[in-house]
Design a protein around this ligand. Structure first.
Ligand SMILES: CSCC[C@H](NC=O)C(=O)O
Ligand SMILES: [Zn+2]
Ligand SMILES: [Zn+2]
Length: 373
């Protein structure tokens, strides 16, 4: 009755024995932790994007698991998987009685999918965020269909630009000069020519990944009231994602000059203009990268470091000086974030828990850094 094998041991006894193993011997007790060091922040967002239910094979909020083990749901990849993988890894490490020098914090934030303006953007400015004393953060990445894992060290900056063109109105049957439409057409042509140039640059260089060039899409055209009325105003909206190595001032001047070249009365306004691109180094100069990549090497995981094409909450974290990596431990998985039939195989999900279970001890044990004092 007293002595059982390790599998059968009462969990309370296991916990007791783990506690006994911590050498809290005076006069230099090893309490295991060092709250003076900066912490590790595990961030995830809780919101998900909308669904077109009719295009789904299963109810996107049922989390249906098929006979092969694929779990279908909105958020299966982006990014409810990561939230639970963090929690499960932390739970596992706690159950095993591990203590680390650095504290691990988890944040579950709202509104990432609509820009984070009421979420992480505000939170990083709050005293509660400062109180976490984050030294390094992990946040979401994107699945990788191959054997490799993608890790993001920077992001492109979202610039949402609305170009408004004003011109002479009149009857739709006449050759009216200086119309809003023809001037808007010029700006649209200039911007779409720039798009083509960036696309070609990406296509022609196999070393460049999507996030390394600037993308733009024409996403809205507005204006007009009737077939036979030439409107005095028309507008076009563009979603630019500006690569981190671009000279932002020169780029804005380029946009202005395209508007000016189109004629009088063409102006632009920004609905979103991120101006603080930051790069988290992925070399030996960054001890967080060293710890992260060392674990991946030890686990035989191959990494593909990239610039995130879209925008995540990482940009707010990096902008307040906290290095961050965007990493969702999802390989051999088609990229289905924001798509119909978003799904994740349960084995990939579980493997991700294993990966965090190895990553977190390494990150939370990075020795004291100059930035810690
Ligand atoms: C730029 S604010 C919107 C943020 C959004 N993030 C995830 O998709 C994105 O469009 O990248
Ligand atoms: Zn996301
Ligand atoms: Zn998303």
């Amino acid at each position: 009755m007293t002595s059982k094998g390790p599998e059968e041991e009462h969990p309370s006894v296991t916990l007791f024995r783990q506690y006994l193993r911590i050498r809290t011997v005076q006069p230099k007790p090893d309490y295991g932790t060092n709250p003076a060091l900066s912490s590790i922040l595990l961030n995830s967002h809780t919101d998900v994007v909308p669904v077109f239910k009719e295009h789904w094979s299963h109810d996107p909020f049922e989390a249906f698991k098929d006979s092969e083990g694929y779990i279908y749901a909105r958020g299966a990849q982006d990014m409810k998987c990561v939230s639970i993988q963090y929690l499960e890894a932390v739970r596992r490490l706690k159950v095993e009685g591990h203590r680390f020098p650095r504290t691990i914090h988890m944040t579950f934030v709202p509104d990432e999918e609509v820009g984070g303006h009421q979420g992480m953007e505000l939170f990083v400015q709050r005293p509660e965020f400062q109180a976490l004393r984050a030294g390094f953060a992990l946040d979401e990445g994107i699945a990788n269909p191959t054997d490799a894992f993608t890790v993001f060290y920077s992001e492109r900056s979202p610039w949402w630009v609305r170009v408004t063109s004003t011109g002479r109105p009149g009857h739709g049957s006449l050759f009216i000069e200086d119309t809003a439409a023809e001037k808007l057409h010029k700006v649209v042509s200039s911007i779409l020519a720039f798009r083509e140039k960036e696309w070609q640059r990406l296509q022609s260089n196999p070393h460049l990944k999507e996030g390394a060039v600037t993308s733009v899409n024409l996403t809205k055209l507005e204006g007009g009231v009737a077939y036979n009325v030439v409107p005095a105003t028309m507008s076009a909206s563009f979603d630019f994602r500006v690569a981190p190595d671009v000279d932002f001032k020169a780029f804005e001047e380029q946009l202005q000059s395209w508007c000016q070249a189109a004629g009088e009365g063409v102006t632009l306004e920004f609905a979103q203009k991120w101006m603080h691109p930051q790069v988290t180094p992925t070399d030996g100069s960054n001890p967080w990268w060293a710890a992260f990549s060392r674990v991946c090497k030890d686990m035989n995981l191959s990494l593909e470091p990239e610039i995130m094409p879209g925008a995540s909450d990482s940009r707010f974290i990096r902008a307040v000086g906290v290095p961050a990596l965007g990493f969702s431990p999802l390989n051999r998985t088609p990229v289905l974030l924001h798509d119909h039939d978003e799904r994740l195989h349960e084995a990939v999900f579980l493997r991700g828990v294993d990966i965090y279970t190895r990553l977190l001890p390494a990150l939370a044990s990075v020795p004291a850094l100059p930035s810690d004092s």
